[in-house]
Design a protein around this ligand. Structure first.
Ligand SMILES: *Cc1c(COP(=O)(O)O)cnc(C)c1O
Length: 377
């Protein structure tokens, strides 16, 4: 039986990639900010419509480096969301800082900007929101809070590749934004990531941090790490970038097909797509409403799909604040919405070549399970 996963890595045509990597056998220059690293940085500036891009080895190190670049005093607090991939929280903690978890909004699952103020203390140094599922945070409000309290804003934009908000590339908001180019993301470089920013000093800082602080054969100016992207990954990125628009369009068609199929399903809530956001359609999450279909509908559907070799994912369950490594370590703040969404969300398979027939089958299974449940209630 065909094995359907929640996503599938997009690859360029084999011949295209092979042709592009051939020069590496002539130059033998396969990493260390080579030609393709520089070229992909420039191409991404164009595509993302941002002034500066620093390419990194992956999205997580992009986050770690972006936070580190600001040299916050140890033990400082960063206000963030627990409704994300663990990488976001790990990056804060691994920098010797404290995550302060803020609840999310039911409307789009991003950080609730109205609740940020109450969490600010004299130790707060930054806000780290996530554009979860490509839903853009309330960037204007967050910016004004940050300005009022003198805080930095670093966006985890791993889900928002190429998206625009009011016509502006999302990477322009905040002091820095990070993107992930992991194999499972809309745009991939196998493993990879980037930080976008406006400030040239920050770009230089990140250059140091991603390459041991080396600035010359006999010159090390800073205690940096090694987080730079290699040339093979950069070339994969250059190839994939040529096809990413088509990929996003194919995803959009599948999202529309899902939405049409779920239109009359009262027990399920889908994302609301706003007019002022251009989406990249990375994920298709559905929320089961326990008031209508009972507490464990999500898990029932997850299992039913699995029986048919269809692997949906409970993104994001558990909340990062509930993960074994963080549980009971940080302040216990009410995370009512985040917990509700985390307990009832299911991300369905979505990628450019997912067949509409498969989507029909997925929709049938979901409807069958809900109808079964409604018959019992
Ligand atoms: C994927 C992802 C990351 C980490 O990116 P990697 O490239 O896998 O290191 C960080 N945050 C979010 C929200 C992600 O989805």
């Amino acid at each position: 039986m065909e094995h359907i996963t929640v996503t599938r890595t997009s690859l360029p045509p084999y011949e295209e990639f092979i042709k592009e990597i051939k020069p590496l056998w002539e130059s033998h220059w396969v990493t260390n900010m080579g030609e393709y690293h520089q070229l992909l940085e420039r191409k991404l500036c164009e595509y993302l419509n941002v002034p500066l891009v620093s390419l990194m080895v992956n999205g997580h190190m992009s986050l770690e480096m972006a936070i580190q670049a600001f040299h916050f005093p140890e033990g400082s607090e960063i206000i963030t969301t627990p409704y994300t991939f663990v990488s976001t929280t790990h990056a804060i903690v691994r920098n010797g800082l404290k995550p302060i978890f803020c609840d999310i909004k039911m409307s789009d699952y991003t950080i609730d900007e109205e609740k940020i103020r109450d969490l600010i203390t004299e130790r707060t140094v930054a806000i780290l929101p996530v554009h979860v599922y490509g839903n853009i945070c309330n960037v204007k409000k967050i910016e004004s809070i940050a300005y009022e309290y003198g805080l930095k804003v670093i966006y985890d934009a791993a889900h928002a590749f190429g998206e625009t908000y009011d016509g502006v590339g999302v990477g322009n908001y905040g002091d820095a934004s990070i993107f992930s180019f992991h194999a499972t993301k809309v745009f991939n470089t196998i493993e990879g990531g980037a930080v976008t920013m406006r400030d040239e000093k920050l770009y230089e800082k990140l250059y140091n941090l991603k390459n041991f602080g080396i600035r010359g054969e006999e010159l090390v100016v800073e205690v940096g790490a090694n987080a730079k992207m290699n040339e093979f990954c950069a070339i994969m990125g250059l190839c994939n970038l040529r096809h990413v628009k088509e990929n996003i369009l194919a995803r959009k068609k599948r999202v529309e097909y899902y939405l049409a199929g779920l239109n009359n399903e009262k027990a399920i809530r889908c994302l609301e797509y706003k007019k002022n956001i251009e989406y990249s359609y990375g994920y298709f999450p559905i929320l089961f409403l326990p008031e209508i279909c009972g507490e464990d509908m999500r898990d029932k559907v997850y299992e039913a799909l699995k029986q048919e070799n269809i692997f949906s994912r409970k993104y994001f369950y558990p909340l990062t604040s509930d993960e074994t490594c963080f549980k009971n370590k940080y302040k216990d703040i009410s995370l009512k919405n985040a917990r509700y969404v985390s307990d009832n969300i299911l991300v369905l398979p979505l990628y450019d070549e997912l067949s509409f027939k498969k989507i029909d089958q997925i929709l049938d299974i979901i409807k069958r399970e809900i109808n079964k449940r409604m018959g019992e209630l």
